[in-house]
Design a protein around this ligand. Structure first.
Ligand SMILES: [Zn+2]
Ligand SMILES: [Zn+2]
Length: 154
């Protein structure tokens, strides 16, 4: 079962991310930020700007994004299950033998959509400037390049 969940971007097209190692948050640009970025091979890991530890590209969900995704997936999954139970009961009935579904599973409400504020400042690394990120205003140097992990001063 594939339930699409869309996560909000801020007005500059950045997606909030959380490091699985140091649990600090920053944002990366969702999709290529420029023509130069389009011509780069897709990355399978990125480096945390704060602690410099690399993680696979699907490891950066924030706590809020995980909770929201589960909150959206759960009602959809229960609804599918309820539909399938209904048709299973129908298939089991025959002339001499009747089964009727009398109740339905409780489908919880979907959570409110996430919103993404336009906070943080844009930073481009000297080595991979085509992959800009956003870090909190009070971030102190050095930070690490998302693409190669190289430390640089803000
Ligand atoms: Zn980190
Ligand atoms: Zn770099």
């Amino acid at each position: 079962m594939n339930i699409p969940v869309s996560l909000p971007l801020d007005n500059d097209g950045f997606l909030r991310r959380e490091c699985p190692n140091c649990v600090r948050q920053y944002k990366w640009h969702d999709g290529p930020a420029s023509e130069e970025a389009e011509n780069q091979p897709p990355a399978d890991a990125y480096y945390c700007p704060f602690c410099g530890v690399a993680a696979a590209t699907d490891q950066w969900w924030t706590t809020e994004q995980v909770e929201y995704t589960q909150g959206v997936a759960m009602p959809a999954a229960i609804q599918v299950l309820d539909d399938e139970l209904g048709s299973a009961f129908k298939g089991m009935s025959s002339k001499n033998f009747k089964i009727k579904q009398t109740g339905h599973l409780d489908v919880p409400d979907e959570p409110d959509p996430l919103t993404e504020p336009d906070d943080m400042m844009i930073v481009a690394s000297p080595c991979h400037g085509w992959e800009p990120i956003k870090v909190p205003e009070d971030t102190t140097s050095p930070i690490h390049c998302l693409v190669c992990g190289q430390a640089f001063a803000l």
